[in-house]
Design a protein around this ligand. Structure first.
Ligand code: ACO
Length: 320
């Protein structure tokens, strides 16, 4: 038995913020951001929290899968922006959608969060422990951003995507995941600092900081390496893959990965122009868009791949 995706859903906040809007608050331009990243605009949450966005995406995925919330055994939420330290976002989502029989927890792997969560659900399902799961990536990354830092604030947006997966004879063909904790400082966001009565100060909150070029180099080396290994393990050629759905951080990263595999760029769909980097939301958001646009046919081989802070990176090969 393996794991098949039987429904997808997504949600983005209504508020659109363009590059020109950001040029009003930091020294940047539409031309700079588009040419360096492929990003034109992003959505920013003003009322929704991470779990609310996730629950909306999840409801759409359940509706498409024609699965009742009570039939869900497991909810995994990939996020690095939970609304609370506890309870987990996944538990909140359970309450919102009425998935009363599910066990629920979050997975913290930054922009790899959705792919890591999907692969974890696959481990449970393929081993027979659970049958049906809801896997979600949702991030309100805008709340971690220093809006005076032009090198990071132009890159990100808020969004969520979800899939319903269940045990089936076809679906996930292989998974691959890696981490490198020694490189953690190239992309980081402080949690609360120590603060207590002994120190005589209150805890303070941190913001995201990133060494952009280091992250770029990491992504263009490790992502193709990881996908290459996965294809080798599953004996599937890059030509046989219909789509590579890669974390939407930067168009130039995607171009570079496509070049490594010597396959047409058409196999690498993108939507970062409209949403920016939505962290854990990015892969399932794009997957849902493609699914609803009728671009995926039964039997298509699809690679999903995420990379991000940790450092973490991983991929899933599946047959649609
Ligand atoms: N507008 C205008 N100028 C800018 C901006 C901006 N928004 N941001 C930086 N610059 C300036 C810099 O200050 C620098 O100026 P200087 O030469 O006078 O010092 C110049 O542009 C070049 O800066 P670089 O950092 O060298 O630009 P680069 O071409 O590397 O592009 C970028 C930066 C887009 C961040 C790129 O490095 C990148 O995409 N890296 C990967 C980032 C990424 O994928 N992050 C997400 C990881 S996923 C996760 O887990 C969150």
């Amino acid at each position: 038995m393996t794991t098949r995706i039987i429904g997808t859903g997504s949600y983005v906040p209504e508020q659109i913020v363009t590059n020109n809007d950001l040029a009003q608050i930091v020294e940047t331009s539409d031309q700079w951001v588009r040419s360096r990243t492929g990003i034109g605009e992003r959505r920013i949450a003003t009322v929704e929290g991470t779990s609310q966005m996730a629950a909306r995406a999840a409801r759409r995925a359940l509706e498409q899968a024609k699965v009742e919330p009570e039939a869900i055994d497991l909810i995994l939420l990939g996020t690095s922006t939970p609304d609370y330290c506890f309870p987990s976002g996944a538990c909140e989502i359970q309450g919102m959608i009425g998935a009363v029989n599910a066990v629920c927890y979050d997975i913290s792997a930054a922009c790899s969060g959705f792919v890591f969560a999907l692969n974890t659900a696959h481990a449970f399902i393929s081993s027979g422990i659970y049958k049906t799961a809801l896997v979600i990536g949702s991030d309100v990354i805008s709340k971690l951003i220093d809006w005076t830092d032009r090198s990071t604030c132009v890159l990100f947006g808020d969004g969520a995507g979800a899939v319903v997966v269940t045990a089936d004879v076809k679906g996930i063909m292989g998974i691959h995941m890696r981490s490198d904790g020694k490189k953690g400082q190239v992309l980081t966001c402080g949690a609360r600092t120590n603060g207590n009565f002994l120190l005589g100060k209150k805890p303070e909150l941190g913001y995201m900081s990133m060494e952009g070029q280091e992250v770029f180099k990491f992504a263009v080396k490790r992502v193709p390496e990881c996908i290459g290994q996965l294809l080798e393990e599953t004996k599937v050629s890059a030509e046989a893959v219909r789509y590579f759905i890669i974390h939407q951080a930067n168009y130039r990263i995607i171009e570079s990965i496509a070049k490594r595999f010597k396959v047409d760029l058409e196999k690498f769909p993108v939507n970062m122009e409209f949403y920016g980097n939505t962290s854990s939301g990015s892969v399932p958001l794009l997957l849902d868009e493609m699914n609803r646009a009728g671009r995926l046919s039964r039997g298509d081989k699809v690679v999903l791949s995420g990379f991000g802070a940790g450092l973490t990176w991983g991929a899933t090969l599946l047959e649609w």
